[in-house]
Design a protein around this ligand. Structure first.
Ligand code: ZN
Length: 204
């Protein structure tokens, strides 16, 4: 019987939309919502901020973890940090999918690397992980209750974002911080100077 090999075998990181060297808090426009949990283990500083709390070894640990990440999610929403909110959502979702995999397969391994990546037998996993997975599924109803959906349009548009929460950079000429402006919406990644004056002074 033919089988599909795991997608990570031909993972193309060059063309992957999520990059490890981007600070997504500084450059939120480069973030893409994508499908499912895409980019969740890559996008900094959120990967570090949220990932440190992401645990599902036992039901109690999963309970603590999901509550902490949910609190982070709420904080990001409050701060108009929609990339953070979307990343927290992905971690919560992944709490379910990963714990389920450990519940179904011994060691969470779905494919046998020593046998041409054949699918391993299901039902060999740790049943306690099923309880962990159930805890993370609650996030679905939490998000429904607060009517949250990841909104790719809102991410990057900075609509309604408080000034202090807007991205900022340091000017290459004068070294002072400057804040994102609407006119830089499409070119923010390339912006280096706070003003025309500083841009002119670069050659001096
Ligand atoms: Zn300047």
């Amino acid at each position: 019987m033919a089988h599909t090999k795991p997608t990570y075998l031909n993972f193309d990181d060059k063309n992957y939309a999520w990059k490890p060297d981007i600070d997504y808090r500084v450059e939120p426009f480069t973030y893409r919502v994508g499908k499912g949990e895409q980019g969740v283990l890559i996008c900094e500083p959120y990967k570090t901020e949220i990932g440190q709390y992401w645990r599902f070894k036992t039901k109690e640990i999963a309970d603590k973890s999901s509550k902490k990440i949910y609190a982070l999610f709420m904080k990001y929403v409050k701060d108009d940090d929609f990339v953070g909110a979307d990343m927290a959502r992905k971690y919560l979702q992944m709490g379910y999918t990963r714990a389920r995999r450990y519940a179904n397969y011994k060691g969470g391994k779905k494919y046998d690397a020593n046998n041409n990546y054949a699918m391993l037998e299901k039902g060999t996993g740790d049943l306690e992980k099923a309880a962990s997975a159930d805890i993370f599924t609650n996030i679905g109803s939490w998000l429904k209750r607060m009517n949250y959906t990841p909104n790719a349009k809102r991410i990057g548009k900075m609509k309604g974002v408080k000034k202090e929460n807007l991205p900022h950079k340091l000017c290459v000429t004068c070294g002072r911080p400057f804040t994102w402006r609407k006119k830089w919406e499409k070119v923010w990644q390339e912006v280096k100077y706070c003003s025309e004056k500083c841009k002119r002074q670069k050659t001096k």
